[in-house]
Design a protein around this ligand. Structure first.
Ligand SMILES: [Zn+2]
Ligand SMILES: [Zn+2]
Ligand SMILES: [Zn+2]
Length: 366
C-alpha cells in the first residue's frame, strides 16, 4: 500500500491495483509506505467505488468526517465505510487527496471546482473551500453564473455570491438569453427576485456614487476659488488687484488662470453692479457667498485683505447659534478639499486642470 489510491476495490468485490482516472493526480510512489499504517476505512462513492483511507487523517482534516468516524457503529464490522455521494468519483478522489496533502492542482479545481466547493462546505474543510471559491470566481462566465450563484448560496460563500451578483447585474441583457436564467425563472422565483433587487440597488449605488463625485468636484472647485480670492486680493492678478498695487504689472497669467480669471470678472462685476445682492443680482449673490465662504475658512482675523472677511467674521460670532447647519457642512467640506489639495501629490502638474464651471457655482444654493 503506497498511497490511498493504489488500491481500489469495486463494490462487487473486485480489487484493482491502479490509480483512479483523476487528471493531474499522480500517485506519489515516494510516499513512505512503511510509515503509513494500513488504511482502516473506505470512502464509498456514488458509483460504489471504494477508496481506502486512514480515519485519523480524515478526522483531523474535516470536523464533519470526524463526527462520522466517531459515531458508534450499528454493527460490529472490521470494515468502516464512509459514503461521500452525489458528486463524480474523481471529485471524491481529489477531495480525499486534498485531505491528505492540503494540495489541489489548478486543473482539478477547474474541472471539479463546483463539486469540491460543495464537498468542502458539507465536510467543513475551510482551506479547500477558500481555494474553490477563488477558482470559481475566476472561472465565472455568463453561462455558468446562475449555477455558481445557486451553489454559492447553498454553500454559504458570500464573496463568490457577490461576484456572481456583480457579473449578473452588469450583463443582464446577455444573461436573459441563457438557459440558466430561463431555468431559474421557472424554478426559483425567490432567487430571481433577489437578483432583480440587487440590480436595482446597484443602479442606485452607482447614481449615489456619481452624485458624491460631482459634489466632491464642486468642493474642489470652491476650494480653488478660495485660493484665487486670497491671491487676487493680496497679490493682484492680471486685471484685478489690491488698491495699493498695479495689477497691470502682473503680465503672466497665474497657474490657476481659468478659475482666477472667472473670479476676477465676478469681482469686477460685484464692484460695479447697480442691482447688488439686495436687488436680486445672481452674480453678486454668488460673489457674496464666496466672500462669506472665504471668511468662514480664513484663519486671519486682522490683516486679511479679502473684502468683507472681517465683517463676516464679526457677524458669524454674533449669530453663531443661528448659523445654519448646511452652511457649516459646506465650510467643512471645502476646508477638507483645500487640505486634500495642499497635500503633496505625485504628478500633480500632469493632471488635467479643473476648470471652474460657473454654471456649477450658480446651482450651488445655500
Ligand atoms: Zn491669478
Ligand atoms: Zn450684480
Ligand atoms: Zn480672510
Amino acid at each position: 500500500m503506497t498511497t490511498i489510491q493504489s488500491q481500489i476495490k469495486f463494490s462487487g468485490g473486485m480489487e484493482m491495483n491502479s490509480t483512479p482516472p483523476v487528471d493531474g493526480v499522480v500517485a506519489d510512489p515516494s510516499t513512505a509506505a512503511s510509515e503509513m499504517p494500513e488504511p482502516d476505512v473506505h470512502v464509498v462513492t456514488s458509483s460504489g467505488i471504494l477508496i481506502p483511507a486512514h480515519s485519523k487523517i480524515l478526522a483531523s482534516a474535516s470536523a464533519a468526517l470526524e463526527n462520522m468516524i466517531n459515531r458508534p457503529q450499528k454493527r460490529r464490522s472490521s470494515e468502516r465505510r464512509i459514503p461521500i455521494l452525489g458528486v463524480p468519483d474523481d471529485a471524491v478522489s481529489v477531495f480525499i487527496e486534498f485531505l491528505y496533502s492540503y494540495r489541489c492542482g489548478e486543473e482539478q479545481l477547474k474541472k471539479y471546482g463546483i463539486h469540491l466547493l460543495a464537498l468542502s462546505h458539507v465536510y467543513m474543510v475551510p482551506q479547500l473551500k477558500q481555494r474553490c471559491t477563488r477558482a470559481l470566481a475566476e472561472q465565472l462566465t455568463i453561462d455558468n453564473v446562475v449555477d455558481v450563484l445557486q451553489l454559492a448560496r447553498l454553500c454559504d460563500a458570500p464573496n463568490l455570491h457577490l461576484k456572481c451578483m456583480k457579473l449578473l447585474s452588469s450583463n443582464f441583457k446577455a444573461l436573459e438569453e441563457t438557459e440558466g436564467w430561463k431555468f431559474l425563472q421557472n424554478h426559483d422565483p425567490f432567487l430571481e427576485l433577489e437578483i432583480l433587487q440587487f440590480i436595482d440597488e446597484s443602479d442606485l449605488r452607482k447614481r449615489r456614487t456619481r452624485r458624491r463625485r460631482e459634489e466632491q468636484s464642486l468642493y474642489v472647485v470652491l476650494s480653488e476659488a478660495m485660493d484665487c480670492l486670497v491671491h487676487i486680493c493680496s497679490e493682484g492678478c492680471t486685471s484685478v488687484g489690491p488698491h495699493d498695487m498695479d495689477p497691470s504689472k502682473e503680465k503672466v497669467p497665474c497657474s490657476k488662470f481659468s478659475t482666477c480669471h472667472g473670479l476676477q470678472l465676478l469681482i469686477k462685476h460685484f464692484g460695479s453692479c447697480k442691482k447688488r445682492v439686495k436687488g436680486g443680482c445672481l452674480r453678486c449673490k454668488r460673489m457674496w457667498q464666496l466672500f462669506r465662504l472665504h471668511s468662514s475658512i480664513c484663519d486671519q482675523f486682522d490683516g486679511c485683505k479679502v473684502p468683507l472677511c472681517r465683517q463676516f467674521k464679526l457677524k458669524e460670532l454674533q449669530d453663531r447659534r443661528e448659523s445654519d447647519e448646511l452652511w457649516r457642512l459646506l465650510v467643512r467640506k471645502v476646508a477638507l478639499a483645500k487640505a486634500m489639495l495642499s497635500l503633496p501629490k505625485r504628478k500633480r502638474e500632469e493632471e488635467p486642470r479643473i476648470v471652474v464651471d460657473y454654471q456649477e457655482l450658480r446651482s450651488f444654493k445655500i
